[in-house]
Design a protein around this ligand. Structure first.
Ligand code: CUA
Length: 337
């Protein structure tokens, strides 16, 4: 009763819709079995040794305790057999753990040639997930086919992040200026959470997303659909989609709410007070500078937290975002409420 309640609680904490148990989320990749097996092995080994050693310690403490003041420690002898065994047994156990871990580590790094290439880029505080061969780019959503190898190439545009999919038992740091990565093969369809597992600043805790594993038919349909498709520069919502694509919405509200950065609704054409006390009117050139060189001037009451978008946006995209901000209605929210 207590156990099943604990199990429910633990499962709920780890993953709301989990089929997983108290310890672990569901096993949804080919690596999960090996990782869990090794984890269980080390855990059981630790429990056996801990309980055994503590029991022996208590037993000896009672059996050989000093019973009167004159009692002396008897002369110490050493036992070669015992000393050999307590060195040899742990050595063998450690070698087993090493070999077991090494086997899975090698498997995790041997990417099959047929793997689908996916690019994962972290930024404060969202994940861009691109499919070069499909012309798709998703935000905080990784869609993969069931039972097919998928290779992730992971990087970051700003600080250290870490791309973690608990259900696949995979986690690797996302580094600026260097690629890392891993591959996997999903073994069950469904929807699994993904996280950033490296503390990366204010909104680290919301840098999460979903992994969707689709069966062959659903995968085909997804590939053909316009979900996560490239953006159409002539569409009315081009700028709005870019705003989400580049993660602007992680820090800037368009509804007057103060997040990490100032809210952007109703600011166009209005004066803003900068950190040095100067007033700037928000126009196209100001917005352009704020996007490409964010630290050149900081709005009063905010920290210089924004990464530069120099070299990441095409002129067309830059215009699209500026046009979007331009038409955002509503009263300008006070920058420093
Ligand atoms: Cu990104 Cu924590």
């Amino acid at each position: 009763m207590t156990l099943s309640l604990l199990g429910k609680l633990g499962g709920g904490l780890v993953l709301a819709e989990a089929q997983g148990g108290f310890w672990m989320p569901p096993k949804a990749s080919t690596f999960a079995e090996g990782v869990d097996g090794l984890f269980d092995f080390i855990l059981i080994l630790s429990i056996v040794f801990f309980v055994g050693l503590m029991a022996l310690m208590v037993y000896f403490a009672v059996k050989y305790r000093r019973t009167h003041v004159e009692q002396k420690t008897s002369p110490l002898k050493h036992s070669f057999k015992l000393e050999f065994l307590w060195s040899a047994i742990p050595t063998v156990l450690l070698l087993v753990i090493f070999a077991w871990g090494q086997r899975d580590f090698i498997l995790m790094n041997a990417v099959p040639d047929s793997a689908l290439d996916v690019r994962v880029t972290g930024q404060k505080w969202s994940w861009s997930i691109g499919y070069p061969s499909l012309g798709k780019e998703c935000q905080n959503k990784l869609v993969v086919p069931l039972g097919e190898p998928v290779k992730l190439t992971i990087s970051s545009v700003d600080v250290l992040h870490s791309f973690w999919i608990p259900a696949f038992r995979l986690k690797r740091d996302a580094l600026p200026n260097k690629y890392t990565g891993y591959w996997f093969e999903a073994t069950q369809t469904g929807d699994f959470p993904l996280y950033c597992a490296e503390y990366c600043g204010t909104d680290h805790s919301v840098m999460t997303g979903r992994v969707q594993v689709l069966d062959a038919e659903a995968w085909k349909a997804w590939v053909a659909s316009d979900d996560c498709a490239g953006l159409d520069p002539t569409a009315a919502d081009y700028g709005e989609k870019l705003f989400v694509k580049y993660g602007c919405n992680a820090c800037h509200s368009v509804e007057g709410v103060r997040l990490v950065g100032p809210p952007l609704n109703g600011i166009y054409g209005k004066p803003e007070t900068m950190q040095d006390g100067s007033q700037v009117t928000v126009d196209d050139n100001y917005l352009r500078e704020a996007i490409l060189d964010p630290n050149a001037s900081i709005v009063q009451g905010f920290a210089p937290a924004m990464p530069t978008f120099q070299g990441r946006l095409t002129d067309q995209e830059l215009n699209g975002i500026i046009d979007y901000i331009k038409q955002l209605g509503g009263d300008a929210a006070p920058a420093n409420p």
